[in-house]
Design a protein around this ligand. Structure first.
Ligand SMILES: *Cc1c(COP(=O)(O)O)cnc(C)c1O
Length: 411
């Protein structure tokens, strides 16, 4: 194994304790006694670092937040009850009525619905672009643009964004970049590439075994002494947090503008299960990114219509080799040509679990048009790359030869 070595030591060492209980303590309490009034006052004004109430923060969840912040070289993280909650927290802590979002690339169905169906009801509009429309993206930025949002890998269109170039555009225009890095934790480091916030569904490969829902937003430090986009007029609502909390400002901003009022808090038990999953994340990720390539290449050779950027015919193959040296996660897609052919194929497979999840220890598969995208219209499906015969596969930890054999016998 060569990938993710730097994480292997620190995850297990930081998650486990050298003294007392080795496994993280589950602090299952909604509230916490302050002891005396002065301490209570200090907890509320932030000068005393003790738990206030579990909606605003929990010690077990705080441990997970510190591990995720370090993983992404962020200044802090806020964990949530699900991945959608993390996106909602990050977005709602920044936008107001009348603002605009620019969304880039193939988008997770829930995020697409959040932007088009829900935020639109509150006067927040979103425009959508392909990852390669850099000029159009730059031209679309207005005074009202508050967020550029992208996914590290198009799910399920498998298109790869040039995150560094998009971050440069955002820096030039002083606009916040949020990257949904659910599919590529460790492989892609959004904050290092210039994003301001990374969001995750930890439900997927981070916890890794379908045991728990969860999400996280990881924040970069505000540059207090030099220039910083958050100091501009565009983000004036955040200035009071910069004044009070300096480099950490995005954390109280997320807690007070979203967590306190929407209440999408992670539970202590969920955070515990996610921590257990993280201990083996580097091992699982390494095996899965190697298996995905093996399966994609073998099935491509067999004449399947495979979409994965490790294949030389993929339009972003070069980008994959240069910018995605540690892979692009567990996904590949197969286009069987029609819904009937896709159903017949999937029902004949024996190995994959047919479900909407991804990033599991076991291989998962799903026909896209009849499930997640069933109430999308033709134009939306075309933009998102959803064809009638499209099957999304998330490769698991099984012997890749067994996966290949099963898919070939099912054809
Ligand atoms: C699953 C997923 C989400 C939503 O996560 P939940 O934990 O199901 O709420 C968001 N983004 C991506 C890329 C996902 O795969």
């Amino acid at each position: 194994m060569e990938n993710f070595e730097e994480y292997s030591t620190y995850f297990v060492q930081d998650i486990g304790s050298k003294e007392g209980a080795v496994s993280p303590a589950i602090v299952q309490s909604a509230s916490f006694g302050y002891g005396d009034c002065a301490t209570g006052e200090g907890i509320f004004d932030g000068s005393v670092k003790k738990p206030l109430y579990s909606r605003m923060g929990n010690p077990t969840t705080a441990k997970l937040e510190s591990i995720l912040a370090k993983m992404d070289e962020g200044v802090g993280a806020v964990c949530t009850s699900s991945g959608m909650a993390a996106t909602t927290l990050a977005v709602m802590s920044i936008v107001s009525s009348g603002d605009e979002i620019i969304s880039i690339g193939g988008l997770f169905g829930g995020t697409y619905a959040l932007f088009t169906e829900t935020l639109s009801r509150f006067g927040i509009s979103t425009s959508f672009f392909d990852v390669d429309e850099l000029e159009a993206i730059e031209a679309a930025i207005t005074d009202k643009t508050k967020i550029v949002f992208l996914e590290s890998v198009g799910n399920p269109n498998m298109r790869l964004p040039e995150i560094g170039k998009i971050a440069d555009i955002c820096t030039k225009h002083g606009v916040v970049l949020i990257v949904d890095n659910t599919v590529t934790p460790m492989s892609v480091k959004p904050l290092v590439l210039g994003a301001d916030i990374a969001v995750y569904s930890t439900t997927k490969i981070i916890s890794g075994n379908a045991s728990v829902l969860g999400g996280a937003a990881v924040f970069r430090a505000i540059n207090v002494d030099g220039e910083d986009k958050f100091k501009g007029e565009r983000y004036k609502d955040i200035h009071k947090f910069i004044k009070k909390m300096g480099a950490l400002a995005l954390i109280p901003n997320a807690k007070k503008r979203a967590m306190r009022d929407f209440g999408m808090s992670a539970s202590a038990f969920s955070s515990y299960l996610t921590l257990l999953g993280m201990e083996t994340l580097p091992l699982r990720m390494d095996r899965i990114i190697n298996s995905v390539e093996k399966v994609a290449k073998a099935l491509d050779k067999e004449g399947f219509n495979i979409n994965h950027p490790c294949l030389s015919a993929h339009p972003h193959h070069e980008r994959y080799l240069i910018d995605f040296k540690q892979g692009c996660g567990s996904l590949l897609t197969i286009d069987m040509g029609s819904k009937e052919a896709a159903f017949a194929f999937l029902d004949k497979t024996k190995l994959p679990t047919i479900t909407a999840n991804i990033g599991d220890t076991r291989t998962l598969a799903l026909h896209m048009a009849s499930t997640i995208y069933s109430d999308f219209d033709e134009k939306q499906k075309e933009f998102l790359g959803i064809t009638d015969g499209l099957i999304r596969i998330s490769i698991g930890l099984e012997n890749p030869q067994d996966i290949i054999k099963d898919f070939i016998q099912a054809r």
